[in-house]
Write a protein that binds this ligand. Structure first.
Ligand SMILES: NC(=O)c1ccc[n+]([C@@H]2O[C@H](COP(=O)([O-])OP(=O)(O)OC[C@H]3O[C@@H](n4cnc5c(N)ncnc54)[C@H](O)[C@@H]3O)[C@@H](O)[C@H]2O)c1
Length: 326
């Protein structure tokens, strides 16, 4: 197990996984169409193919010519808000994309397939969820990811592949290397706050302040991107060793409200952030926290960055470096 393909490897999380794979001496290959990814995030030690996972023939060629044995599949669109407005775009890219990638794996050496799923596949309002909690995605984005899970399971059974379905909670922060981090801004609170704090009068939109939570804002389980990268390598080794598939929640198991995050950024920077309350966003879940016992047991996991201030600190440091190098 040494030739690993990372789809979406020019994206935020993918680039962090690639960085770690390179460090651990894997041969790394990337397929990314740069729709939301960036050349800047592509690791020079990986072989990069600017291509779309929907192109079966081209992907098949890349997989076979490089003897790929394991795939980390991250390529997808992921904005909850946009998915509500443009459902077809999301089904096509995320579902057809995954399906075509799997078709390209038929008759290849690929034996391990790890998929970036999301906590958005769970039914809203459950608060703490384990892997057996009812699945009922609220957003189109969540629906496309659940669809992806189903086709992966079907393919894995038919072609004898080990899969790891990793349900990420909210990923934030940046690599301590300082070389990579989040570039694209969109729905992500940590990124938006980091950008806001580069301005003279920082402001932030909060979507909904009347949720049924302690301070009225949504609750999420934030996990540092370097811990997410580390998990991937450990889970890959384990499924390869035991030849079994697994579904795992990937979060720290602690609930943090949007306002708590804003306060942590204010405390760290000693600046006041003007809060602008907006209407709730369609598709947003009220509160969701992982129960991660299965993950902890599966890989004897000890997270390195399980601390809100550490995540805030790394996000701010990256933003500063990134802006200085623009
Ligand atoms: N960021 C989070 O908090 C979070 C949480 C849960 C799950 N996830 C999942 O993790 C994965 C990565 O997310 P991210 O935050 O790094 O986003 P990102 O947008 O930075 O990365 C996605 C990458 O995939 C590429 N891509 C998209 N469609 C493609 C296609 N058809 N062919 C080739 N490349 C394509 C993009 O160019 C981009 O580089 C996604 O699958 C997402 O659903 C992310």
């Amino acid at each position: 197990m040494k030739n690993v393909l990372v789809t979406g490897g020019a994206g935020y999380i993918g680039s962090h996984i690639v960085e770690l794979l390179v460090k651990k001496k894997y041969n790394v290959f990337i397929i990314d169409n740069l729709s939301t990814g960036f050349k800047k995030l592509i690791n020079k030690k990986a072989k990069f193919y600017k291509s779309d996972i929907k192109k079966i023939k081209k992907t098949k060629k890349i997989i076979n010519s490089n003897n790929i044995d394991s795939i980390f599949h991250l390529a997808a669109y992921l904005s909850v808000g946009e998915s509500e407005k443009k459902p077809k775009k999301y089904y096509y890219n995320n579902v057809t994309g995954t399906s075509n990638l799997l078709k390209a794996c038929i008759n290849s050496k690929v034996k391990n397939f790890l998929f970036s799923s999301t906590c958005a596949v769970y039914k809203d309002g459950n608060f703490k969820v384990d892997e057996n909690t009812k699945l009922l995605p609220k957003s189109v984005y969540g629906k496309t990811k659940l669809y992806g899970e189903k086709i992966i399971k079907h393919h894995a059974k038919k072609y004898n592949v080990n899969y790891g379905i990793l349900r990420f909670f909210n990923v934030a922060g940046a690599s301590p290397s300082g070389k990579i981090g989040q570039i694209k801004s969109g729905d992500q609170l940590f990124k938006n706050l980091s950008i806001a704090l580069t301005k003279k009068n920082p402001k932030i939109n909060i979507y909904g302040s009347n949720y049924n939570t302690k301070d009225g804002t949504c609750i999420r389980d934030y996990i540092h991107v370097s811990d997410i990268a580390d998990l991937h390598l450990k889970i890959l080794s384990k499924i390869d060793k035991i030849k079994k598939s697994v579904i795992l929640n990937c979060g720290y198991g602690s609930g943090i409200s949007v306002l708590q995050v804003v306060n942590a950024f204010e405390k760290k920077t000693k600046k006041i952030i003007k809060i602008m309350i907006k209407k709730r966003r369609k598709g947003d879940m009220e509160k969701i926290i992982s129960i991660n016992n299965k993950l902890k047991k599966f890989i004897k996991w000890k997270p390195k960055y399980n601390n809100l201030n550490k995540i805030v600190d790394s996000a701010l440091k990256w933003e500063k470096r990134f802006r200085n190098n623009l």
